[in-house]
Design a protein around this ligand. Structure first.
Ligand code: FPP
Length: 234
């Protein structure tokens, strides 16, 4: 095994979800603009996706941009969108090489048509792959996701709906619920992330800021998950 390839943890959650928080504070500590924090955050996102694929995670879901994030300063929002567009385009060859599949969860209609086209084309390009499914939550909110599902069912005239009916109308339809949800940067809340899907997820909170959440920290989170006893309410 080469030097920089640490062994994979013994127990690997099938689905890991991550709230990538703390880019702004990471930049502030270094007297850098917030956008530098997001750039470092994107680079760490790429490393984390590659590491998850390497150790055999089947599903990785990340919270990149919430419905509430539209209320940030226009400059910061524009920079995040630019970072997403340029970053995903640049990362595409590596995603192809790593056999990744891609889903975008959220309200894409909020984006300009160029961004929407880039996202749709990226999903399409990777659609024939068979490896880890990366889901990026963009313009995403858990309540909004549940509401649009309910409204779809109402529009179809459905009554007495089941949990399966509702789950099949969520953005995440077909993706198993997350086993482990990680939140970085010391905040102890879920911030509207995967509200329905997280009913029995294990949480891991760490003070480490997202751009510093490297491979060793990811392995620590997975090792903590391996010690949990999951009873699913039974
Ligand atoms: C939270 O940090 C982070 C965000 C709002 C953006 C997350 C985006 C990335 C990590 C880049 C990856 C992007 C894509 C498209 C995959 P914050 O700004 O709230 O930090 P703070 O709480 O320290 O101010």
């Amino acid at each position: 095994m080469s030097k920089n390839k640490t062994a994979a943890p013994a127990v690997i959650p099938a689905h890991i979800a991550i709230i990538m928080d703390g880019n702004g504070r990471w930049a502030k500590k270094r007297l850098l603009p917030r956008t530098a924090g997001h750039k470092a955050g994107f680079d760490n996102f790429v490393s984390t996706v590659n590491e998850c694929a390497r150790i055999g995670v089947s599903y990785l879901t990340v919270y990149a941009f919430s419905t509430e994030n539209w209320q940030r300063e226009r400059d910061e929002v524009d920079e995040l969108i630019r970072l997403m567009n340029n970053g995903i385009t640049k990362y595409m060859p590596e995603m192809i090489e790593n056999n990744l599949r891609l889903r975008i969860l959220g309200d894409l209609s909020m984006f300009d048509t160029d961004s929407q086209d880039m996202l749709k084309n990226s999903v399409q390009t990777l659609s024939g792959n068979t490896g880890m499914l990366l889901s990026i939550c963009i313009s995403y909110g858990g309540r909004q996701e549940i509401l649009q599902a309910v409204n779809r069912l109402l529009a179809e005239g459905r009554q007495n709906i089941t949990e399966q009916d509702l789950a099949s109308c969520l953005y995440s339809a077909g993706i198993p619920d997350p086993d482990l949800i990680i939140r970085t940067s010391g905040e102890l809340r879920t911030s509207n992330f995967l509200l329905w899907q997280s009913a029995y997820s294990e949480y891991y909170f760490t003070d480490v800021l997202w751009p510093d959440f490297k491979k060793d920290e990811l392995h620590k989170a997975i090792e903590s998950f391996a010690t949990r006893s999951r009873r699913f309410g039974k």
